[in-house]
Design a protein around this ligand. Structure first.
Ligand code: GSY
Length: 174
């Protein structure tokens, strides 16, 4: 059985666009996942811990035959391959990949909460997610409506980074 899942990608250390590209190529190459859509990249102010550089954030739509737990393991493996070390909570990182939604399912297990908690409060998640899954319901409301209701300043499109990602992905695809 195939499930449509959405992933949020973010990072603010090193070459984040390159890290996005390798993670997305890893998802593409995996037999249990197909990439169905990509948002543009956004430059976003840090949330949680403010004295760190701005993040780049984007979202991906995947069709997967993996369970949510298997998809999580794949995301962690792709983070690890990008050199991600889990250090300070809410601190700087090369690459974070979160499962935002997994079909219509709600999962609340140790280490795996889907929909990802507090999506509705985080503009850096909603802006890219609204591009790829505007109708997806979070807490009973469509993502697009949640994004439209946001007033958080500082979320900007990053066109040069988006274009570079598209180039890297096209090159990786040959
Ligand atoms: O949860 C993802 C890591 N993260 C981010 C992020 O991706 N973007 C922004 N803007 N702030 C963040 N704080 C953390 S932690």
């Amino acid at each position: 059985m195939k499930t449509e899942a959405t992933l949020g990608l973010g990072g603010n250390v090193g070459d984040v666009v390159e890290a996005f590209s390798s993670a997305l190529s890893g998802l593409k190459a995996h037999p249990g996942t197909s990439l169905r859509g990509l948002s543009r990249i956004y430059r976003t102010p840090p949330w949680g811990k403010l004295d760190q550089p701005d993040f780049l954030n984007m979202a991906a739509l995947v069709e997967t035959s993996l369970s949510a737990r298997e998809l999580l393991a794949l995301c962690l493996e792709l983070e690890r391959r990008s050199g991600r070390e889990r250090r300070e909570r809410w601190g700087p990182r090369t690459l974070d990949i979160d499962i935002l939604t997994y079909g219509p399912n709600a999962i609340d297990e140790p280490g795996l909460q889907v929909p990802h908690p507090r999506i509705a409060e985080r503009a850096f998640v909603l802006a890219p997610l609204a591009e790829i899954a505007p109708e997806r319901q979070i807490e009973g409301r469509p993502v697009a409506a949640l994004w439209r209701a946001m007033t958080e300043p500082g979320i900007q499109l990053a066109p040069a980074e988006t274009e570079r990602l598209r180039d890297l992905l096209a090159r990786a695809a040959g």
